[in-house]
Design a protein around this ligand. Structure first.
Ligand code: ATP
Ligand code: MG
Length: 315
């Protein structure tokens, strides 16, 4: 199922760094000095390096496909948003200390602005999803069974409604290129053990509550989001990794529109990838290669991403 994987060649060459992995959106590098000279070594270069350079590209993915063309400036916007949120949140994260000062100097100029230097964590194979509102796949499931990821919900809710309280709906992080799969809380206990599972849930709900309050103060609704955590290799402490609260990993809506829109659907004026998902849902049957995004969808998405960053970081 590697057809959705971008080829390694879409990652730029960075002197002093070795490209080790490309996800749908980001390219990972380790210091070349951390690589062994032993050609017969078949270990994981990411696992062997204590630090990793995470470079966000302008690639955009939806329904697990990387689309063409990219969104100009997206990599930089996602990185700026993540750094801003890491700074707001009171939880241990994966950024290497002095990221902005000392760290920045180690970030190659070719990717400045869209790269983060982070500690390599032992990532947990769980995508920690929190939903404060009912929409997307949650709304679909609710219509069929009045549940979201198996969690029973009150009757009479409609698309875009606020949930009585935010719910934790983890997914199993499938290896490279495969589709992630919603799982029960009990399954996360099997995957990571009871202690870690409990901590991941508590951390996720706490961060979601804090971030929602911050978003609200900026006139935004945080409808749902996904976190990824990993264990610090030296101390075992759980750290928040990956990107955080970006427009790729989260649904953001405009608070004013939500409160005043005429219809339930119109409430969800989004600042995220939903624009791309919506266009794709009506212009593609999800068979074969997705069509090229039209220029106006690309520009609209870029503009909304910029607006989100502006709204959050203003004040
Ligand atoms: P896939 O891995 O299935 O391609 P993806 O499309 O989400 O998933 P990206 O988001 O493009 O991939 O790539 C980022 C990758 O880096 C993810 O696999 C993520 O788990 C991993 N990652 C993020 N932070 C760290 C960290 N501190 N240490 C190790 N790995 C990390
Ligand atoms: Mg990801």
């Amino acid at each position: 199922t590697n057809e959705t994987q971008p080829s390694a060649s879409s990652a730029v060459e960075l002197p002093g760094w070795t490209h080790v992995y490309s996800g749908k959106v980001r390219d990972l590098y380790v210091p070349t000095s951390s690589m062994t000279d032993d050609d017969s070594w078949t270990g994981d270069p990411l696992a062997a390096s204590p630090e990793v350079l995470v470079v966000a590209s302008d690639r955009v993915s939806a329904f697990d496909h990387v689309l063409e063309p990219g969104i100009p400036g997206k990599g930089e916007l996602l990185t700026t948003l993540s750094l801003w949120w890491f700074d707001q949140l009171q939880v241990p994260n994966h950024l290497i200390a002095d990221h902005g000062l000392d760290g920045a100097s180690r970030i190659p100029a070719a990717v400045a602005g869209r790269a983060m230097l982070v500690r390599t964590l032992d990532m947990f194979p769980v995508e920690c999803v929190v939903r404060g509102y009912l929409t997307g796949s949650g709304w679909k499931e609710y219509q069929a069974s009045q549940t979201v990821c198996g969690i029973p919900l009150p009757a009479g809710l409609t698309n875009g409604d606020r949930l009585p309280e935010p719910i934790y709906t983890p997914a199993w992080k499938a290896p490279m290129g495969e589709h992630d799969e919603n799982i029960s809380y009990e399954r996360t206990v099997e995957l990571v053990g009871a202690d870690v599972a409990t901590e991941l849930r508590a951390l996720s709900l706490q961060i979601f509550a804090d971030a929602s309050a911050i978003a609200e103060a900026h006139g935004l609704i945080l409808a749902d989001t996904k976190f990824e955590f990993g264990a610090d290799r030296e101390t075992g402490v759980i750290r928040l990794g990956d990107e955080v609260l970006t427009s790729d990993s989260s649904r953001y809506w405009d608070g004013e529109t939500y409160a005043t829109a005429a219809t339930p659907e119109a409430r969800m004026a989004s600042f995220d990838k939903q624009i791309v998902r919506d266009w794709l849902a009506t212009n593609w049957d999800q068979q074969g290669t997705p069509p090229e995004l039209p220029a106006e969808i690309v520009e609209q998405t870029a503009a909304r991403y910029r607006e989100l960053l502006g709204r959050l970081t203003a004040l």
